[in-house]
Design a protein around this ligand. Structure first.
Ligand SMILES: CC(C)(COP(=O)(O)OP(=O)(O)OC[C@H]1O[C@@H](n2cnc3c(N)ncnc32)[C@H](O)[C@@H]1OP(=O)(O)O)[C@@H](O)C(=O)NCCC(=O)NCCS
Length: 168
């Protein structure tokens, strides 16, 4: 994992958020993701001190396959939200999401002095639920019909991980 660089802003990266399958469980793929959206996002990312966004890179090939972030870092409450997208679908299910999430969570607790990291996902997103649970997140609640996606209002699951529970 490393900072996003200007050279990462490729058409391939742009298309992750125009891909129905990649966006099946998130709020993208409603309006097109334009090149300008990506440039704007990058310009915000490099200035931000309350959003840590990193590129996930395959070491062997130097390929940018996804992004992972701790966003909305709250310096008073010591909280942040974990978000992840692996846009290169051929890398799904190989343990990379879990590895990246484990590393950024460690950084959040040990370097950013966070006390609580949370994430949310749709009830149908079994992969993200398993990923969260495998690194210690506990399911905390259900947000009923929080997102309209794929023709239905869908429930979302909230997960949280406290520093006091981390690594147990
Ligand atoms: C969800 C996502 C981040 C998972 O990353 P990944 O690298 O594919 O997942 P991993 O290979 O690290 O697997 C983590 C765990 O989930 C399980 N898993 C992964 N995908 C799964 C699937 N589709 N169905 C069931 N289990 C799955 C793995 O078996 C593993 O479980 P284990 O720890 O018990 O062995 C990735 O598929 C993705 O980016 N999807 C599109 C965007 C998205 O949905 N992001 C999350 C939005 S909240």
């Amino acid at each position: 994992m490393r900072p996003i660089e200007e050279s990462d802003l490729t058409e391939n990266y742009q298309q992750w958020f125009n891909d129905e399958e990649v966006c099946k469980y998130n709020s993208h793929h409603r309006f097109p993701n334009y090149r300008q959206d990506m440039d704007q996002y990058y310009n915000d990312v490099i200035k931000s001190k309350n959003n840590l966004i990193l590129a996930i890179i395959v070491t062997e090939t130097d390929e940018h396959i996804g992004n992972i972030s701790l966003q909305d870092i709250n310096q008073i409450d010591k909280t942040a939200e974990l978000a992840i997208v692996i846009g290169q679908k051929n890398y799904w299910g190989k343990g990379l999401g879990k590895e990246a999430a484990g590393l950024i969570v460690k950084h959040g607790f040990e370097q950013l002095n966070l006390n609580r990291i949370y994430c949310g996902t749709l009830a149908d997103n079994v992969g993200m639920q398993k990923l969260a649970e495998s690194i210690g997140f506990k399911k905390e609640g259900v947000r009923r019909q929080c997102l309209y996606k794929n023709g239905n209002y869908q429930d979302g699951f909230d997960y949280g991980l406290l520093r006091s529970d981390y690594g147990k």
